[in-house]
Ligand binder design. Sequence first.
Ligand code: FAD
Ligand code: NAP
Length: 484
Amino acid sequence: MAPRCWRWWHWSVWPRTRPPPARSTLSFRQHFSTQEKTPQICVVGSGPAGFYTAQHLLKHHTQARVDIYEKQLVPFGLVRFGVAPDHPEVKTAHSDRCAFWGNVEVGRDVTVPELREAYHAVVLSYGAEDHQALDIPGEELPGVFSARAFVGWYNGLPENQELAPDLSCDTAVILGQGNVALDVARILLTPPEHLERTDITKAALGVLRQSQVKTVWIVGRRGPLQVAFTIKELREMIQLPGTRPILDPEDFLGLQDRIKEMPRPRKRLTELLLQTATEKPRVEEAARLASASRAWGLRFFRSPQQVLPSPDGRRVAGIRLAVTRLEGVGEATRAVPTGDVEDLPCGLVLSSIGYKSHPIDPSVPFDLKLGVIPNMEGRVVDVPGLYCSGWVKRGPTGVIGTTMNDSFLTGQMLLQDLKAGLLPSGPRPGSVAIQALLSSRGVRPVSFSDWEKLDAEEVARGQGSGKSREKLVDPQEMLRLLGH
Ligand code: FAD
Ligand code: NAP
């Protein structure tokens, strides 16, 4: 039996393991009546959505038991595999009524109907694991990567460890102007010695040390008022050591007059962009910029049209951008092509135009257009007892705080339904039935204490080189370390 514990984590300080509850000391009658009052709930996915939904359920129902199934061998979703290594997060909590079952891919190892049979309620929190395709010619050329794969590569996601990006070119282009685009630009341009103490993988750091990339263009199809990144991330770019920004003052003409009407976050962001683009830096800053050997720039009103091949057709040599203008007002502002194009030479293209969820099981409704499970505040439409939270519920935008709030709301809806008698009554076998099924299929889940062993190993391996941890990236090696 896996230890019933979970904690939301601190990157460097880890709480002690709690022992599993002494369930065997209950008499049969006690056990039966406990089970009757014990809602068995299952959560699919151990990212922020899964953990925060579980946290809400455990906090507001003193009997509920929650099992979290996760396809990776390790928990935490994008907090481990997405958040940039130079952005550590800090949060901790734990409960002995929650178990983690890693190495279990729902939809492959066990189906959603099987989970629904075993539990009173199932919450789908499996995130958005695919990337939005560019759908332009040349997208498949070597040297073109999704930001999703690139991020997975430097963050140790096992499936992206073979990526081997060639950074021998001078110029890289990132398509999209969201926070992921800035993360990727920052990692490409940060002096490698500044990444040495983070948990970036050894292999990625080795490649970044050899990088010849000097200029990174971050390309948006709309204008400076529509950028999707936030001020903290922009400020980090502006202050990046050894790097200078390239912003064309012409792109910002007339914006000063419009700043007054903007909502505060957009106002502050635009002010910083304007200041960087148009104001003369102070002496010290000017000296820093003059000595910078690397640069990043924002290109606006450019929509990707075609990836251009090298003369031998074997890799990317540039990108053709359609020049755009804006139509419409407010949120509805759209970029429409003017008919002009611009070719931008580059040796690396990273497409950062968003993540995408996929359907998990034919029995679960899925809106292919919006890329979400249709739901009403987390209740999956037309499927009683099935819920969703996080990016698969509302689409691939929002920070951990946003995901936390919508996960709490889903938890609240589930508990309301439970109280109203809308969930199946009578005991449900929960993980006992699912473990039997998995075992018959040759699937061996890993527990939270298994993860703690892997965690200890990662921390120990990092210590030698002064890193917070050296992530294990090979699932076979991880299973060997666990004696599986
Ligand atoms: P995820 O975190 O993706 O978790 C989904 C989990 O489900 C994963 O563990 C996955 O392995 C698992 N799963 C998927 N399919 C299955 C299956 N079939 N069976 C079992 N398990 C499955 N927010 C911030 O606040 N700060 C940041 O610095 C920050 N940086 C980010 C950097 C990047 C590159 C990205 C993409 C996002 C970043 N965010 C950041 C946003 C934040 O990561 C998201 O808001 C949050 O992770 C969404 O949570 P989620 O649980 O819905 O999805
Ligand atoms: P995002 O914020 O939605 O940005 C996507 C970008 O891609 C936008 O600039 C968008 O432009 C552009 N785009 C979309 N489709 C396009 C197309 N077909 N052609 C050209 N451009 C296109 O997504 P993201 O950067 O992947 O980030 C996802 C979420 O994670 C965000 O909420 C982000 O804030 C969060 N996150 C946070 C952090 C952090 O807190 N440090 C770090 C990373 C990510 P349009 O606006 O014109 O559509």
